[in-house]
Design a protein around this ligand. Structure first.
Ligand code: ZN
Ligand code: ZN
Length: 336
């Protein structure tokens, strides 16, 4: 089968012909019908961090159909439509038992990080990583739910964003646009911040009340909040400039939600946090239940991460180049 694999940082992914993976007794093989391209792929290809081994098939947003089931698997049959939860969690550690599979202490792998991922015709995962996908959600729409959609659901749940709040979204790529939709669904007024005009337009379509470049953010938040500051700032870039902007926008009891990261540092004065009871939260991925939630929201039509373009798997490096250029408004989706 064809797989787009990382061999080393700074090199394009290689389109390799690899053996079709065989599911173990508790595993399922999925025929990948659509795979979303996340900004995280660039962290690998550009060398921020390396997969646990090389070569490694990248991609952690997969939707498709069940292709083969292991001998001990029940409840799944060939042809079932599925979305894949990308943390291949153990199911028995203290965090899995608390429903926090994204913090699993002993995962079998994490797609693209430590297990072959979605940029391939087929993929093998433990059966408990599958979520049923109704016919009403296309594979192309479902793939971006698996990271972009679920990351939004988790981050805003962690921040307990509620009706009437002012939420700032710093960064309006695939995840950011999903955060805009989900914050709006929770009843918040959303200010989206981006340097790219196309992405600002997409943020308005996704439900932001204002979409502005960074230099206008403070004024927009002041206007919308009556000078009180933001109730939550979701930080998706994780670079010094946006981290500094984020802390400056927070109001009293404002929550800074760190989702993006880079090699840059977060610098914040305890005094400024303490006197306003501001909080710094971090959010990574999502729980398995939140993938089920994301699929249910997609069925209801209230979480539909925008798809910017659909390309064949063989165009994976073109997709990565476009993403790196920073002007893709929504997810690029590959069809293996
Ligand atoms: Zn991702
Ligand atoms: Zn676990």
């Amino acid at each position: 089968m064809l797989a787009a694999r990382y061999h080393a940082a700074g090199r394009p992914l290689s389109l390799d012909d690899v053996p079709v993976p065989q599911p173990g007794s508790d595993e399922v093989r999925v025929r990948v019908r659509a795979a979303g391209v996340c900004g995280t792929e660039l962290h690998f290809t550009d060398g921020l961090y390396a997969p646990s081994r090389a070569p490694m098939t990248l991609g952690h947003e997969a939707a498709g159909t069940v292709d083969a089931v292991g001998s001990a698997v029940s409840g799944w049959a060939e042809g079932d439509r599925v979305a894949v939860y990308y943390y291949l969690f153990c199911g028995s550690c203290r965090w899995c038992l608390r429903g926090r599979q994204n913090l699993c202490l002993a995962p079998r792998g994490v797609l693209a990080f430590a297990a072959d991922g979605a940029f391939a015709e087929q993929l093998v995962v433990p059966a408990h990583c599958l979520v049923r996908l109704p016919e009403s959600v296309s594979f192309e729409a479902a793939a971006p739910l698996c990271c972009a959609g679920t990351t939004a659901v988790h981050a805003l749940a962690e921040a307990a964003v509620g009706p009437g709040e002012v939420v700032v979204v710093l960064g309006t790529g695939g995840v950011g646009l999903a955060v805009v939709q989900e914050a709006r669904r929770r009843g918040a007024s959303v200010v989206a911040v981006s340097r790219d005009p196309g992405r600002r337009a997409a943020a308005l379509t996704a439900g932001a009340v204002a979409a502005i470049p960074p230099e206008d953010a403070a004024d927009a938040v002041a206007r919308l909040s009556g000078g009180q500051g933001a109730d939550a700032v979701v930080e998706l870039a994780g670079v010094s400039a946006t981290l500094e902007l984020a802390t400056g926008l927070l109001g009293r009891r404002g929550r800074l939600v760190l989702v993006g990261y880079s090699a840059d540092q977060l610098t914040v004065s305890p005094l400024s946090l303490v006197v306003s009871e501001q909080r710094v939260l971090a959010s990574v991925g999502s729980t398995l239940a939140e993938l089920e939630t994301a699929v249910a929201l997609a069925v209801a039509g209230s979480l539909t991460p925008p798809v910017a373009d659909v390309l064949p798997l063989s165009s994976v490096n073109e997709a990565l180049d476009r993403l790196r250029a920073g002007d893709v408004a929504g997810r690029l989706v590959l069809l293996p």
